[in-house]
Design a protein around this ligand. Structure first.
Ligand code: IPM
Ligand code: MN
Length: 371
């Protein structure tokens, strides 16, 4: 089976982590007999540098023609520190989401037993956490009318949602819950915002179609607190764009490292897979960034393409690397492995499992090599 994959390495550590995800994909291609045809494309600061446009037309076309998109990261400090910059790397990603209609962002959050000590949160609080955030991705304040008064003293960001936008999201969240713990928590700010009241009304109505799923509600400020007080109460969290952006970064603390959180952005015709971490410019080119979120994003991509066994093989390899401590410095400060070594390990494990010619004995010394 052949698949066309658009690869957008992007900025900062994006290229180096994406490369490891491709190693994992090549390994499953080899084991299961698939062919992945990669087409690289530019987006973000690197695209601005080369073409003046954060999302060149060619990239958009490559994405439209692909079966799935693998994306690294976006952003560069030279733009973050310049509020007057008219063209920004992030505009590339936002435009891509909008143009491809990637309205549903799925962000799983898990407390891996092997990593539980890495989280700054107490073990008894996070143990067993297995939740998934369904974040609306193409509406809300991100895409509302933006204005700055002529004298530059007043700024405005509009936020709007339609029933249709809410319903298509909610259906996906309820369907996900049906295959999980059968609970949806709608996170909103319905005590203040009109858009949130529309979310509540619409989701309450739609929930009648899913009588096997429990629905509850939390205001976003309370949800932010509950997420780190008692994350085990959550199954599927359904929320709008900005709230989802914020609470998903917060939730990454549960897993012990933001370097572990993968995500899928799904639309009617396209789907994009990316780690939720940013471009981490300080680490760029140093071969120290954690590639697991990108590798897990590749696993989500395989799942989306219906290649369940292959997705599982990547998940197992990631699990193994965590168990053995074959990980980068963010989760293994004592004997860290480099980004590329972790990628090699994952690919090798997928191909050889326990028969790996990897020297397991020296892993605790941080010296294991593939021999
Ligand atoms: C994310 C990122 C983006 C967002 C940025 C880069 C525009 O933070 O994917 O969570 O805010 O959606
Ligand atoms: Mn974010």
């Amino acid at each position: 089976m052949k698949f066309n994959i658009a690869v957008i390495p992007g900025d900062g550590i994006g290229p180096e982590v994406t490369k490891q995800a491709q190693k994992a994909l090549n390994a499953v291609a080899d084991v299961y007999g698939y062919t992945f045809l990669y087409k690289e494309a530019l987006m973000g600061a690197c695209a601005i540098d080369e073409t003046g446009n954060p999302l060149p037309e060619e990239t958009l076309n490559t994405c439209k023609k692909s079966d799935a998109i693998l994306f690294g990261a976006i952003g560069d400090p030279k733009y973050d520190n310049d509020p007057s910059a008219k063209v920004r790397p992030e505009q590339g990603l936002l435009k891509l989401r909008k143009e491809l209609g990637l309205f549903c962002n799925v962000r799983p959050v898990k407390a891996y037993d092997t990593l539980i000590k890495n989280s700054p949160l107490k073990e008894e609080i996070i143990k067993g956490t297995d939740t998934v955030i369904y974040r609306e991705l193409t509406g809300g304040i991100y895409f509302g009318i933006k204005e700055l008064s002529e004298d530059g003293k007043i700024a405005f960001d509009g936020c709007s949602y339609s029933i249709e936008e809410i319903e298509r999201m909610a259906h996906l969240a309820f369907k996900a819950a049906q295959n999980r713990k059968r609970k949806v928590t709608l996170v909103d700010k319905a005590n203040v915002l009109e858009t949130s009241r529309l979310w509540r009304k619409t989701v309450t109505e739609l929930a009648k179609q899913y009588p096997d799923v429990e629905l509850d509600f939390l205001f976003v400020d309370n949800a932010a607190m509950q997420l780190i007080l008692n994350p085990n109460q959550f199954d599927v969290i359904l929320t709008e764009n900005l709230f989802g952006d914020i609470i998903s970064d917060e939730a990454s603390v549960i897993g012990g490292s933001i370097g572990l959180l993968a995500s899928a952005s799904v639309g009617k015709e396209s789907a994009l897979f990316e780690p939720i971490h940013g471009s981490f410019p300080q680490a760029k080119g140093k071969d120290i960034a954690n590639p697991l979120a990108s590798i897990l994003s590749a696993a989500m991509m395989l799942e989306h393409l219906g290649l369940h066994e292959a997705a599982q093989a990547i998940d197992d390899a990631v699990q193994k690397s965590l168990e053995l401590g074959f990980t980068t410095e963010d989760i293994n400060s004592v004997n860290p492995f480099s980004t590329s070594k972790v990628g090699d390990f994952i690919a090798d494990y997928i191909q050889n499992k326990e028969d790996s010619n990897l020297n397991f004995n020296n892993i605790h010394l941080g010296q294991s090599t593939i021999i």
